[in-house]
Design a protein around this ligand. Structure first.
Ligand code: SAH
Length: 258
């Protein structure tokens, strides 16, 4: 018996063992003892993770998949969290322990998974896995490109992002409509920002909401002083700014007195 693929859960099961193994090898195994796989399904990737020296935990929303895993991976049974990854508090399960995240993720919630990982970055030194290709590329993108945006800046503020390889639809059952891409995020040595994080998020999100406008126009709602708005950085569009420049922009806005 195998699990029937459910579309609303974003289930596309990998059927290529070589690719499953290759994804299983993307974690560097440095700086943590625990790994959490999101969305193990029938465990095609899980079995390669179980061969490693770290302890593998999985979180799966689909009860049918959970039953399958319990029946087929007896030694995993007490490390299966039968829950929605987006709804749990990681600390309830892992306390303050460092934890790497990996998976062939459900694409319908892929950006939410990244944002949740960013919220928990103190606990997550490393993150690898498969997204739809376009999302994986967007996360790793550099300034000056069309795909560079909120996801790229917020992720790269805290993590080194590397696009690893592309996976075609044909290796899944059922095949998705798009290519997939595997990436690796390694948390920066110093991942605390020299500015208020909430303000940084607000600046980045507001700037990209109107990505074709100059910052002078898109950041009007911040009520900046005339002298600050004369600063040459405000003549640029958001996609031209590096992560560092977004940080220094935030710093300037914080110090601005109208
Ligand atoms: N890793 C498996 C399955 C990938 S499909 C493979 O490669 O074959 C994505 C998996 O994520 C499915 O098993 C789906 O049930 C699970 N999933 C979807 N939404 C989830 C959520 N919010 N939390 C945890 N798991 C989820």
């Amino acid at each position: 018996m195998s699990v029937r693929a459910k579309k609303h859960l974003g289930q596309h099961f990998l059927k290529d063992e070589n690719i499953a193994k290759k994804i299983g090898d993307t974690l560097t195994e440095r700086g943590y003892k625990n790994v959490l796989e999101i969305g193990p399904g029938m465990g095609v990737l899980t079995k390669y993770l179980l061969e490693k020296s770290y302890t593998t935990h999985v979180i799966e929303i689909d009860t049918e998949s959970v039953e399958y895993l319990k029946a087929h991976y007896l030694n995993l049974a007490d490390r299966i969290i039968s829950k929605d990854f987006l709804k749990i508090n990681l600390k309830d399960y892992f306390s303050d322990e460092q934890l790497a995240i990996t998976g062939n993720f459900p694409y319908n919630i892929s950006t939410q998974i990244v944002f949740k990982a960013l919220e928990n970055k103190e606990q997550i030194p490393e993150f690898t896995g498969m997204f739809q290709k376009e999302v994986a590329q967007r996360i790793c993108e550099k300034p000056g490109t069309k795909a560079y945006g909120i996801l790229s800046v917020l992720t790269q503020a805290f993590y080194h992002a590397e696009y690893l390889f592309t996976v075609p639809p044909s290796v899944f059952n059922p095949p998705p409509k798009v290519d997939s891409g595997v990436l690796r995020l390694i948390r920066k040595e110093d991942f605390s920002l020299p500015v208020d994080e909430k303000m940084f998020y607000r600046v980045v999100k507001t700037a990209f909401q109107q990505r074709r406008k100059t910052l002078r126009n898109s950041l009007k709602t911040f009520n900046l002083s005339d002298s600050l708005r004369e600063d040459s950085i405000f003549a640029q569009r958001p996609e031209q700014l590096s992560v560092q420049e977004f940080i220094s922009l935030t710093s300037k806005i914080e110090k601005d007195v109208v």
